[in-house]
Design a protein around this ligand. Structure first.
Ligand code: HMG
Ligand code: MG
Length: 307
């Protein structure tokens, strides 16, 4: 008897996806998106980030959003917190899981959170302590795990060092971000191998942006490596405000299609997810960024161009 391997998808569209939108997205729209994603079977939905509104105005409604969220049993709604101020605001708004985010590149760290890598880890110490006291789970992110928009290629050991620091401080999982999407299966596997020496593979997650169209291949390589958790955004929404030209995350629909094709159990209803992708694309006035969605819609005989 072969047991189906379970895959976990962390939907980051409402945060990573919408943090880069030029037009303001109403809080009610974000809440509806989160609700629809939960309807489609997503159980981890990154809802917002408690960062400075001067840096990321798109996430300025974080408190209002978290307070209005209709939480469902069994669904996690993590939020990003760059420092204790963000953590305290997130806790006051009812967050039960937070994510701290560091980078493997000094230049990106400075551009993104205005401090060095070492300073960022020091800043997270009080967040880890406060989270432990409050019973809040902490996820850790490492950005620029393959390359940095300012420095170029990043050594796998540099990624492993930051991942190890976050894991040692109590991150239950370390998400590895190919922020600018330049990775290929070969570079991703080298990076995973370095991180796996210091973080158990079942505590590693892949967070791949699709700028070069390699993200699905990188998910496949990571799955074969033993990674079982992937971050993705519905319709491939997003980009990084501090990585010019970087596109959104790999589309959730594309990851689900791939994983189902590999025989994995994601717990996600692909048809409902496609409907959510069509809906949010319509609201934002563009075509769905997922090739799987476009193909399935064409097959349904109802190709709608949102623009
Ligand atoms: P700073 O300017 O160095 O901070 O920013 P500061 O401590 O000097 O404070 C400056 C002002 O910000 C003060 O307000 C603080 O109160 C306020 P003022 O006195 O000027 O009115 N402030 C805050 N306000 C709200 N919430 C807070 C907060 N902290 C300070 N938490 C800081 C440092 C980290 C705050 C800033 O750089 C920042 O907010 N950066 C966020 C950048 C960001 O969100 N980037 C995108 C997310 S990361 C990402 O997308 C990558 C990922 O997807 C993985 C991947 O793809 O690689 C995760
Ligand atoms: Mg990202």
């Amino acid at each position: 008897m072969t047991l189906t391997r379970k895959a976990r998808i962390v939907e980051v569209g409402p945060r990573d996806g919408l943090q880069n939108e030029k037009r303001a997205v109403a809080t009610a729209t974000k809440l509806e998106l989160i609700d629809r994603l939960a309807d489609a079977g997503l159980r981890d939905i990154e809802a917002a980030s408690f960062v400075s509104p001067k840096w990321i105005p798109q996430m300025a409604d974080h408190g209002e959003l978290m307070r209005a969220l209709k939480r469902r049993p069994g669904v996690n709604y993590p939020v990003l917190t760059p420092n204790l101020k963000g953590f305290e605001a997130a806790l006051a708004a009812g967050a039960e899981e937070v994510a701290v985010f560091a980078a493997a590149s000094e230049s990106f760290s400075r551009k993104n959170i205005n401090c060095s890598i070492a300073e960022s880890i020091e800043r997270f110490d009080p967040v880890f302590a406060a989270a432990k006291a409050a019973g809040v789970r902490v996820r850790g992110y490492v950005s620029t795990v393959i390359a940095c928009p300012y420095e170029g290629p990043i050594a796998p050991q540099a990624v492993a060092d930051v991942a190890e620091a976050l894991y040692a401080r109590g991150a239950y999982e370390v998400s590895l971000g190919d922020t600018i999407g330049t990775g290929t299966p070969a570079t991703v596997e080298r990076m995973l191998a370095a991180v796996a020496r210091v973080v158990p593979v079942e505590r590693m997650a892949g967070h791949y942006h699709d700028t070069y169209g390699m993200a699905v291949a990188n998910v496949d390589a990571s799955w074969r490596f033993g990674v079982g958790t992937f971050d993705s955004s519905v319709s491939g929404l997003g980009g990084c405000p501090y990585a010019k030209g970087a596109t959104g995350n790999v589309a959730t629909e594309d990851v689900v299609y791939l994983l189902h094709g590999l025989g994995a159990d994601t717990g996600i209803d692909l048809d409902a997810l496609v409907d959510t992708s069509l809906w949010i694309s319509g609201v934002l006035g563009r075509e769905p960024g997922s090739r799987v969605t476009r193909a399935l819609v064409a097959r349904r005989g109802e190709l709608v161009t949102a623009c």
